[in-house]
Design a protein around this ligand. Structure first.
Ligand code: CP
Length: 309
């Protein structure tokens, strides 16, 4: 593994290897002093051209637990404001001694572009509507930890599927591990028929549902998504209230899903829109477990990409 750009490029074996490594590394987080010297002397540049709380800080935490140094770069307050290009910025950070780049960018394909021109490992921390592979890996880790398996599960992903990079990476990741993915939401936020074909890795392993109940019925996992309004370009939704009325997950939907089904969300959550605030008390809600596992999974990814260089 030279880069981590998307879920498509990962084999099932590579995913299993990262899951196992992250599960082992998680123990370090509960030590009185959660620090190991494994990446001492390495410099990791975190390039965030879009806002982030979970991804940015969990990469920073993961790097620090492994004793790596970090440079955190946001577009504001840097020479980007004076017109410096992304590639020049990255070359300059390479000259400063960077060993690995983590990048989040509003445009699809930017991490892939950098990987062509930079001979250092690149991690995609979310590119536009395209992919968020580290989120998919931490989601797999959380499901495996809670349910003990990643195969033969029904995964329901509800919301703005079309604009969600998390959905796109989760859809591929859960199918790769042997589960079936159902997506539902308003018609204009669901994949087009040609995109449906792209997402279906095996016959019957991906289904688009216009009816919420079809997606939720007997689901083992429900993943709610935020409406990605900033990526819509034009107004697609009459109102958040109306969205909540028809596609927001509410306590009355719990009767449709399997007993003990996991409720997940990548964050940030808009309570009262995609999730009814009452669901915060649902006993199988694992949203903060996802955040915690994000640190262990990102430690595993950093180790795999930096060990041996
Ligand atoms: N899940 C996720 O990507 O959250 P952030 O945007 O806060 O990083």
């Amino acid at each position: 593994m030279k880069n981590l750009l998307d879920v498509e490029s990962l084999s099932k074996e590579e995913i299993e290897d990262l899951l196992l490594l992250a599960e082992n590394l998680k123990e370090i987080l509960s030590r009185p002093i959660p620090k190991v010297p494994t990446l001492r002397g390495k410099l990791i540049a975190l390039l965030f051209y879009e806002p982030s709380t979970r991804t940015r800080f969990s990469f920073e935490r993961a790097a620090k637990i492994l004793s790596a140094d970090t440079l955190t770069f946001t577009a504001k307050g840097t020479s980007i404001e004076k017109g410096e290009s992304l590639l020049d910025t990255v070359k300059n950070l390479e000259a400063l001694g960077t060993n690995l780049f983590v990048i989040r960018h509003p445009l699809c394909g930017v991490p892939h572009f950098l990987a062509k021109y930079i001979n250092l490992p690149i991690i995609n921390a979310g590119d536009g509507t395209h992919a968020h592979p580290t989120q998919a890996l931490l989601d797999l880790m959380t499901v495996k930890e809670k349910l003990g398996t990643l195969s033969d599960l029904k995964v329901a992903i509800i919301g703005d599927i079309k604009h969600s990079r998390v959905a796109h990476s989760d859809i591929l990741a859960f199918q790769k591990m042997g589960s079936v993915v159902y997506v539902s939401g308003p018609g204009f936020l669901l994949p087009e028929p040609k995109e449906e074909e792209y997402f279906r890795l095996k016959p019957h392993s991906f289904k688009v549902c216009y009816n919420l109940k079809t997606a939720l019925e007997n689901a083992d996992i429900v993943i709610a998504l935020r409406i990605q309004k900033e990526r819509h370009g034009k107004a697609l939704l009459p109102s958040f209230q109306e969205y909540h009325e028809f596609f927001g997950l509410k306590p009355q939907h719990l009767g449709w899903i399997k007993e003990g089904a996991l409720l997940m969300h990548p964050g940030p959550i808009n309570w009262g829109v995609e999730l009814d605030p009452e669901l915060e008390k649902y006993p199988f809600q694992v949203i903060l477990d996802q955040v915690e596992n994000g640190v262990a999974m990102r430690m595993a990814i950093l180790l795999r990409l930096l060990s041996g260089d």
